[in-house]
Design a protein around this ligand. Structure first.
Ligand code: SAM
Length: 226
């Protein structure tokens, strides 16, 4: 999986992606990240500025099409196919686990992180294949949404999670929320771990977990049971 990220804040992306499980996957070569600074493709004479006033008036600035187009062409020149290009936008389809699984099968994914009032609509029409939102709220930029997506997608790339970290039983893997988890000590300030988890009876533990998953999903996310 090769991620290509078009952003105005490359350092923010570098810092976050170098840590923890994603950092380990990068060092192991299971995923790669190519960060393209859109400012490097600014119009000549604009000294790295890539935004301008919105036609028709209104508050805020809009990212210009040209610098994004050139940033994208610099990525496309290194590939032998047209990749999926994801524009992070509150106006997109809401990201979820099935989408993470589907995108993990791609060889290359390009992310376009917007800022200010967003990007010129014409560049969306020209290069974007998927408009994706991470939820019904508005953030200042597309960097955090891209990081959220890269984290969730990378977990689905074979080898990124070790067996011990396996995501097979996690929330959403079977359409339900995960059962409650406990670790030592068995008695924490008088709060005891359910006896069944200490019984050593694997079938009973599995049945209890399944029941807890269903109860928890019904209580917290009844929409998932539909
Ligand atoms: N004016 C835009 C609108 O109303 O749809 C919002 C622009 S927002 C302030 C700036 C940038 O943040 C967007 O271009 C997008 O890249 C990113 N962004 C904000 N909220 C997001 C969300 N919920 N999901 C994905 N990206 C988001």
């Amino acid at each position: 999986m090769n991620y290509h990220i078009m952003t105005l804040f490359p350092e923010m992306m570098e810092k976050c992606l170098g840590e923890s499980i994603i950092g380990r996957a990068l060092r192991a070569g299971l995923i790669s990240v190519d960060i393209v600074n859109i400012r490097d493709h600014a119009d000549p004479g604009r000294k790295g500025r890539v935004d301008d006033y919105p036609f028709g008036g209104g508050a805020g600035m809009v990212m210009q099409a040209g610098p994004i187009d050139r940033a994208y062409q610099s990525i496309r020149a290194g590939l032998d196919h047209d990749p999926r290009v994801i524009y992070l936008t509150p106006q997109g389809r809401v990201f979820d686990q099935p989408m993470a699984r589907e995108l993990a099968a791609e060889e290359d994914l390009v992310f376009l992180c917007g800022h200010y009032e967003g990007v010129d609509e014409r560049i969306i029409e020209k290069i974007v294949t998927d408009n994706v939102s991470i939820g019904d709220y508005v953030l200042t930029g597309g960097e955090l949404p891209a990081l959220v997506m890269i984290d969730a997608i990378s977990r689905m790339v074979p080898g990124v999670l070790s067996n011990a970290e396996s995501g097979e039983e996690e929330s959403f893997s079977d359409g339900l929320l995960e059962y409650p988890q406990y670790t030592r000590p068995a008695d924490y300030q008088g709060m005891k771990v359910p006896d069944i988890l200490l019984s050593g009876d694997h079938a009973k533990v599995a049945a209890w977990r399944r029941e807890q998953s269903l109860l928890r999903t019904r209580e917290r996310r009844p929409d998932l049971l539909k």
